[in-house]
Design a protein around this ligand. Sequence first.
Ligand SMILES: Cc1cc2nc3c(=O)[nH]c(=O)nc-3n(C[C@H](O)[C@H](O)[C@H](O)COP(=O)(O)OP(=O)(O)OC[C@H]3O[C@@H](n4cnc5c(N)ncnc54)[C@H](O)[C@@H]3O)c2cc1C
Length: 192
Amino acid sequence: MQLTERTRIRNHPERAVPEETEAILSQGLVAHLGFIEDGVPFVIPFTYHYDSATPDLIYLHGSIRSRALEHMATGAPVCITVTLTDGLVYSRKAKNHSVNYRSVTVFGTAREITDEREKFELFDRMVQRYFPGRTVGEDYNAPPSADLGVTALVEVTIDEGNAKARRGNPTGPDDDKPEAAGSAGVIDLREP
Ligand SMILES: Cc1cc2nc3c(=O)[nH]c(=O)nc-3n(C[C@H](O)[C@H](O)[C@H](O)COP(=O)(O)OP(=O)(O)OC[C@H]3O[C@@H](n4cnc5c(N)ncnc54)[C@H](O)[C@@H]3O)c2cc1C
């Protein structure tokens, strides 16, 4: 993935983890889609499909009446963010309360996928990403043409992006001193 001045991480550049982009996008469940329509910025949450075998592509779907998807289908530029919240970090110093996270922000443009077979296959793969082991024809019925017809699917080609992560303990001046007043630590939010 391309990394440019627009995607250079300025605050805590040592937390840049572009090599983790694919892993974060593979693990994430919610994508926040940002776009500008008539000069007004919108950020809308979506489920999404991502496969590290095609690392430059993200898929979003929804009603054919979805304004966001209609807008994307015009090829307008979009920004997508995916965040994994790994922990809540508490410190003896107010300023050093923080969050352990891994997140990705990418920029790209979209095209609508209208081919019924392609839509079916991508929806099937998306179900398997969210519900591993769920098999079409066994665990759920294949979607009829009518359902595929009223569901829009857009493919975002990622032009550039970056990933950032904060890990570890609080970094306040007294946080590594158990004898100091107050308390410090991390509440782990990661799945076991
Ligand atoms: C975790 C999560 C996953 C979702 N996944 C999908 C998905 O895969 N596909 C899908 O089509 N929809 C999904 N949704 C719903 C999605 O966020 C939109 O609400 C939906 O696409 C309807 O868009 P719209 O075109 O009707 O509204 P828009 O025209 O896009 O929005 C109109 C206005 O409604 C408000 N609005 C819209 N959505 C929300 C929201 N979620 N929360 C608060 N205010 C909102 C905003 O003010 C917005 O400006 C998801 C929502 C969540 C929270």
